[in-house]
Design a protein around this ligand. Structure first.
Ligand SMILES: [Zn+2]
Length: 230
């Protein structure tokens, strides 16, 4: 290698290395968002639940994104919830929770769709009082915010009111119990498959991935350069 080439090589290696490190830092920052500082507990309501969604208004149309769900279904989520969910899923996969576990079975639901679900529950449970224990009447579901998610918890038991205790002993549920809050997702004791991202979690902006893509492109350019030199 000529001395000129050596300097070029060293320069490219340095730039590529910085770009890759920056990419890793950004990826990590996106993955572990706003963990509460030590000693700070997530707010809980009177029932001991971690604070549930209060603002159930629909997301702005431009703020609804589509994510691949269970069995390839297209599930819509509010943009911030989608980013958090995908980071959480990636972390679960690294910890050995395999597909289809923790895939989305439901996300954003319009009031009209919620009415269809509630009518179905009325037919199944026979009374308004019993049906609303399991399905929120239209206009009252946290799913209307686009920040509530239902997850595939088990390959043996379906997400059903008759399987609540069985689902709580499944590895995917245990993983969510330990890790859901790291990504801002709060549980709901009555439905072990249901998690919510409180509106306060989504107020801070800036969850883009543009810088990371640039860093990866620079890293790839470095590798191509390296291949050409050697
Ligand atoms: Zn739900």
């Amino acid at each position: 290698m000529k001395s000129e080439d050596k300097w070029l090589f060293a320069g490219a290696a340095l730039l590529g290395g910085i770009a890759l490190l920056e990419g890793r830092r950004k990826a990590h920052a996106a993955e572990a968002p706003r963990r509460p500082p030590p000693g700070v507990r997530l707010p809980v309501d009177g029932l001991g639940e971690v604070r549930r969604i209060q603002d159930k208004s629909d997301p702005a149309p431009g703020d609804i994104v589509t994510v691949r769900g269970y069995q390839g279904e297209q599930v819509q989520l509010q943009r911030c919830a989608a980013t958090r969910y995908q980071a959480m899923l990636a972390a679960a996969r690294r910890d050995g929770i395999q597909a289809p576990l923790l895939e989305l079975t439901s996300g954003y639901r319009s009031a009209a769709y919620q009415k269809t679900l509630f009518d179905r529950a009325l037919a199944r449970y026979g009374s308004y009082a019993e049906a609303r224990k399991w399905v929120a009447p239209p206009g009252t579901s946290s799913h209307q915010s686009g920040r509530a998610i239902d997850l595939k918890m088990s390959t043996r038991y379906s997400n059903d009111s008759s399987n609540v205790s069985a689902l709580r002993s499944e590895p995917a549920y245990r993983w969510m119990e330990r890790n859901g809050a790291r990504f801002g997702f709060a549980p709901y004791s009555r439905e072990p498959w249901h998690y919510e991202l409180h509106e306060s979690e989504c107020r801070a902006a800036g969850q883009g991935g543009g810088t990371m893509n640039l860093a990866l492109a620079a890293g790839a350019a470095y590798l191509a350069f390296k291949a050409g030199v050697i």
